[in-house]
Design a protein around this ligand. Structure first.
Ligand code: ATP
Ligand code: MG
Length: 260
């Protein structure tokens, strides 16, 4: 399990290896100057840098609550790397994503999680289900589980679709009470009682943990929007913290199965 960093480390990409074709946002695999191999989520990809903010906030909160999440870091991309890339779509993405991007430790030999082949522990499944309800993550379905099995353990990846309310802050006010539709969740059938998971984990979602997590997001990934609100990065960070504190307060509205 990765450690909880106070600042995400930065490495520089030295070689683009290959796209991860199954990823909708065209994430890629790179080698970096520390000899590590990383999955990169490019800031210039389709949905913009907000999805990278969601990856950091949700991923680092998950880590602090005891889930396994590949270590996150910043990857500096030199646009000259694009020159060696034959695929035009990838080349354009690499060239546009100069500067800082989000990286994630590559788990070699991990395979897509299949709950029928390897039934998950019911208590762990309930904790994941509870966490996805907390972060409004609609992207852990049986079609697209976004869970990996690595060294016989369950790892959480791909939180870019979580916190969807941040794409329109003007209407985000009701998100804290928004119920979670658990029917589609890949672990719904395998989970023990989510209310028990709530009792175990909710106390870990404190203001200081939330502060620590939002501080890891670079300013530019927080203020990218067309709303014209002029909100600063600091105001956005506070808005995420306030959202989570309100969501925890509103648990009876969203904990799957109720009775939290
Ligand atoms: N850290 C990792 N280690 C090993 N494989 C990974 C890792 N991260 C992602 N992958 C592989 O790459 C695929 C795409 O990654 P991810 O789901 O994060 O991208 P995405 O573009 O957000 O995907 P989508 O929107 O299609 O779900 C994953 O389904 C998984 O197979
Ligand atoms: Mg995915």
């Amino acid at each position: 399990m990765g450690k909880a960093a106070r600042v995400l480390p930065t490495v520089t990409a030295t070689r683009y290896v290959t796209p991860l074709r199954e990823g909708g946002s065209l994430p890629g695999l790179v080698e970096a100057d520390d000899e590590g191999t990383y999955v990169v989520k490019f800031w210039a990809a389709g949905q913009g840098p907000k999805v990278l903010a969601a990856e950091i906030i949700a991923g680092e909160l998950a880590r602090r609550l005891g889930f396994r999440v590949p270590d996150l870091l910043m990857i500096e991309m030199d646009p000259r790397i694009a020159r060696h890339e034959p695929d035009e779509e990838v080349q354009a993405l690499l060239a546009a994503s100069a500067g800082r991007n989000l990286g994630m430790d590559f788990l070699p030999g991990a395979f897509g999680f299949d709950p029928d082949a390897f039934p998950p522990d019911p208590a762990e499944a309930a904790r994941v289900l509870w966490f996805d309800a907390l972060i409004n993550n609609v992207d852990r379905s049986w079609r697209n589980p976004n869970l990996l099995r690595w060294h016989r353990e369950l790892w959480l990846i791909d939180h870019g679709a979580a916190l969807w309310f941040h794409h329109d802050w003007s209407r985000a006010g009701t998100a804290a009470r928004r119920p979670f539709r658990a029917d589609d969740h890949v672990l719904a059938r395998h989970a023990a009682d989510p209310a028990e998971a709530h009792r175990e984990l909710a106390d870990g979602v404190t203001e200081s943990v939330l502060r620590e997590v939002v501080e890891l997001v670079p300013d530019q990934w927080l203020v990218d929007d067309d709303s014209g609100s002029g909100a600063s990065a600091a105001e956005r960070r506070t808005a995420y913290v306030d959202h989570f504190l309100a969501r925890i307060e509103s648990a009876p509205h969203w904990v799957p199965g109720g009775a939290a």
